[in-house]
Design a protein around this ligand. Structure first.
Ligand SMILES: NC(=O)c1ccc[n+]([C@@H]2O[C@H](COP(=O)([O-])OP(=O)(O)OC[C@H]3O[C@@H](n4cnc5c(N)ncnc54)[C@H](OP(=O)(O)O)[C@@H]3O)[C@@H](O)[C@H]2O)c1
Length: 341
């Protein structure tokens, strides 16, 4: 039997509670250590989960915290420094999507992993680890002559109410590496890169917010023989399902390409619809929590590196999309040498 992983957490929003529930359900983790900037919040989370300890100082958390793996769910731009600190403190990392703000940061983390080859950095791209994601990949391989795809993920964020009120919540703030592409586009970029490979060219037509990020937009990824349209956003809602086109058959993904509840194959010239997927887990983080525990416990560096390479490619495409739309983050101006310090 494998040894339980001691889990520490950064970030105390709802997503951390959802990850903790998923992790505890696997019976592979015990929650030992809480970090919050606020003692009252840290204490409340410690009490709720019967955790052994809490910290309000991040340096102390990494130096003295008795945990093996940290789940990082802070605002996007903080992931990089926190991951660096974790690796240097000898911890493994599960970091929320989007793992890093740009390819320079991702490259510095790869270098740090090369220098610390026992450590793991795993991006919590939850849908990639759900069985339906793999069912779709298998179904694509069986399509006759791929013609392209339209992949959607667009949901109104309640935090856009704050933007309308003149505020700048983290997720709509360039300082925190926010915006539609980073937050929801990342899911459909993962789909495209994992299912179709790296695009030859990309273009992103973004509708900006008053806070200086993208509120929603359409991206086109071109490949040698087909192209893929991505529709994503945070200041309106799409009810379009996603589609992958073969010459005669079409795969339909519902309700969208990030929350994959149903997968169907529709045949041209017939009413035949074949269901291909399976019911999704109640907690969408259940599968990734299990896979990450398996990777760490089985010391599976080959698989972890494969997933880090995928993460790096997704990061590169997201960066190209932002460049194409003229979207800049302050973190983009920091050089690799400065980052590595
Ligand atoms: N996989 C998914 O389905 C999913 C869903 C939602 C979010 N996410 C990801 O989870 C991460 C967090 O997203 P979120 O919407 O929860 O972010 P958030 O509410 O802006 O911040 C998350 C936590 O970080 C801390 N924090 C907030 N502002 C900070 C600041 N200025 N400096 C330092 N710490 C700060 C807070 O914890 P304390 O006050 O306790 O310090 C807060 O609870 C993002 O990377 C996002 O993409 C993933």
């Amino acid at each position: 039997m494998s040894v339980m992983l001691k889990l520490g957490i950064i970030g105390t929003n709802w997503i951390t509670a959802q990850f903790i529930d998923a992790a505890l359900a696997t019976k592979e983790y015990e929650l030992t250590t809480i970090y919050s900037r606020h003692a009252d919040k840290a204490q409340a989370w410690q009490d709720k989960y019967q955790a052994a300890e809490y910290f309000t100082d991040l340096t102390e958390f990494f130096k003295n915290g008795q945990f093996d793996v940290v789940y990082i769910a802070s605002p996007n731009s903080l992931h990089f420094e926190q991951t660096k600190q974790a690796i240097l403190a000898g911890k493994n990392v599960i970091v929320e999507k989007p793992a890093f703000a740009n390819p320079t940061q991702q490259h510095v983390i790869q270098q740090l992993l090369d220098q610390n080859p026992d450590r793991f950095v795993l991006e919590a791209a939850r849908h990639v680890y759900e069985p339906n994601f793999t069912h779709i990949k298998t179904a694509i391989a069986q399509l006759d002559d791929l013609q392209g795809a339209t992949l959607t993920y667009m949901k109104y964020s309640s935090r856009y109410d704050q933007v309308l009120a003149g505020e700048t919540p983290n997720i709509f703030n360039p300082v925190f590496a926010g915006g539609a592409a980073q937050d929801l586009g990342v899911y459909v970029v993962y789909d495209a890169v994992a299912w179709f490979g790296s695009p030859d060219r990309v273009a992103y037509f973004a509708t900006p917010t008053p806070t200086g990020v993208d509120g929603h937009g359409t991206a086109i990824l071109t490949y040698q023989d087909f192209d893929v349209t991505l529709i994503f956003g945070k200041n309106t809602t799409s009810f379009l399902p996603s589609e992958i086109y073969g010459l005669h058959d079409t795969l339909v993904i519902k309700p969208n390409a990030a929350d994959i509840a149903q997968v169907e194959k529709h045949q041209f010239g017939s009413d035949m619809v074949t269901p291909l997927g399976e019911p999704a887990a109640a907690n969408p983080m259940r599968h990734e929590a299990q896979v990450f525990a398996d990777i760490i416990q089985q010391n599976d560096h080959a698989y972890a590196q494969q997933q880090f390479d995928l993460s790096a490619e997704v990061n590169s495409v997201l960066y190209q999309l932002r460049r194409s739309a003229g979207l800049h983050f302050p973190a983009d101006s920091v050089s690799e040498d400065t980052h590595a310090e």
